[in-house]
Design a protein around this ligand. Structure first.
Ligand code: HEM
Length: 168
């Protein structure tokens, strides 16, 4: 018989994952490179409008993906054990979970604080028209790009290992 709880949790998990990963890839492939082409005041305006909303969107979807994933894992290993991965799949699922948790921590511990420092730095010394970012802002932007790239890569590998773990 169809397990509704499993389906709902899986839907929430995959839904959160799609939105989180989509935003991470968009950030690395479009938003980041585009930011470095914008001039001072335009960049500032763009960051003010998009930044906080983009951050809330990412935190919400990442948290839904992780929470639903953890509940799903508990459900299939403790309650509906017939749905648990095979012994060949379990280690791969485990690696996927570890990579996903590291990606989530990178978001909270590096990306979010760097974003906030960048906003603060740009508000304190707003860039003039035609001028480049201050050295501090440039360093923060570089860190933001690097950590966002690492997070996107971790998510990509988490996705590969999840699919492997669930289907082996
Ligand atoms: C703490 C984090 C996570 C936990 C605990 C978790 C747990 C799970 C569990 C228990 C399943 C069901 C496996 C099965 O049916 O045997 C699953 C499926 C899946 N997860 Fe995750 N997951 C996490 C993060 C992620 C992330 C970050 C991604 C993607 C980037 C992801 C992508 C998937 C996909 C695509 C499936 C469906 C696989 C399939 O049925 O082929 N998960 N996850």
């Amino acid at each position: 018989m169809t397990d509704v709880v499993f389906l709902v949790l899986l839907f929430l998990h995959i839904g959160g994952v799609i939105l989180w990963m989509g935003a991470a890839v968009l950030s690395v492939s479009i938003l980041g490179p585009m930011m470095s082409k914008l001039s001072g005041p335009t960049k500032m305006e763009f960051m003010k409008i998009i930044g906080p909303a983009f951050e809330r969107y990412n935190i919400r979807n990442a948290t839904i993906a992780i929470a639903a994933g953890l509940i799903l894992y508990a459900y299939i290993t403790q309650v509906a054990t017939s749905l648990a991965p095979t012994s060949a799949g379990t280690p791969w699922l485990g690696v996927g979970i570890i990579l996903a948790l590291v990606a989530y921590i990178v978001g909270w511990v590096i990306i979010r604080p760097t974003n906030h420092k960048l906003w603060a730095s740009m508000s304190q010394s707003p860039p003039a028209q035609g001028s480049g970012p201050t050295p501090e802002a440039a360093a923060l932007q570089k860190r933001l790009m690097a950590s966002s790239g690492i997070q996107a890569l971790l998510l990509l590998f988490a996705l590969l290992f999840m699919v492997l773990g669930a289907n082996l």
